[in-house]
Design a protein around this ligand. Sequence first.
Ligand SMILES: NC(=O)c1ccc[n+]([C@@H]2O[C@H](COP(=O)([O-])OP(=O)(O)OC[C@H]3O[C@@H](n4cnc5c(N)ncnc54)[C@H](OP(=O)(O)O)[C@@H]3O)[C@@H](O)[C@H]2O)c1
Length: 281
Amino acid sequence: MHDPIPTVTLPSGISVPALGQGTWNMGEKASSAKEEIASLKAGLDLGMTLIDTAEMYGEGGAEEIVGKAIEGRRDEVFLVSKVYPHNASSKGTIQACERSLKRMKTDRIDLYLLHWRGEYPLAETVAAFESLRAAGKIGAWGVSNFDLDDMEELLAIPNGANVAANQVLYNLGRRGIEYDLLPWCQERKIPIMAYSPIEQGRLAHHPDLIHIAKTYQATPAQVALAFLLERDGVIAIPKTSNAQRVAENREAVSLDITDEDWATLDAAFPPPPRKKPLEML
Ligand SMILES: NC(=O)c1ccc[n+]([C@@H]2O[C@H](COP(=O)([O-])OP(=O)(O)OC[C@H]3O[C@@H](n4cnc5c(N)ncnc54)[C@H](OP(=O)(O)O)[C@@H]3O)[C@@H](O)[C@H]2O)c1
């Protein structure tokens, strides 16, 4: 028996698992497709039913992998994808969404994000998102790589307050958002999706994490994920193309780290003493 995965409630009232699955680097090599599809399916079987992808990943290749992984089980899945900033015009957003739907062989994306800020005015992209929502092609929309000033600007434009999530770089070694963006979003019940939660695999080799993990008979990646699962309104989306690692990451929800060990981790990975501009990978 597995411990249940904690959930995060979106502004719409829909609950999603706080531990989902990323897909960056998937769909790039035909020889890896079988493994990638199998790992996503294994994650679904274990309750990691939020899948994060983007038109950028593998230039559509990752969305095709996702389409294959969710075939026959679309209703179990909370599907997140992203539009490139250079496509995020009134027409371009709609067309990009249609292409993503086709690649994933579905008729709706549950959460559609602006991947990062680009040349088009935010109001134009938001209006396009709202029309996709009215047409039932997306369930909700959000943003990615938005710092606090971007969020404030967004909330001031028409319908900007309908933002359903902000996906940003957040992990033990990148705690900058704890100074301002995270509490600001938490107060407004806007979930943070933490990308690169294992720092693209690098935290799995960090000596301090290896040391703490050993005392729990856990792995460093599990400790890195437990750190995020501990926080309100945060959804972690680790990526792996290895079904065994999917199971390992899933078990992070059962790690019960003591206050003393959290303090040790705080000393090794200090929270920010002042504002730090949002980092991106
Ligand atoms: N919005 C954005 O701008 C943005 C930017 C970056 C990422 N993202 C999203 O966030 C997701 C996660 O971020 P990410 O892919 O950058 O990094 P990540 O999830 O922190 O790390 C992924 C890397 O770690 C390895 N890994 C996974 N589980 C592991 C484990 N238990 N032990 C050791 N290594 C492990 C994976 O290798 P294997 O596959 O070989 O296991 C992969 O190389 C992405 O896939 C994407 O969906 C969004």
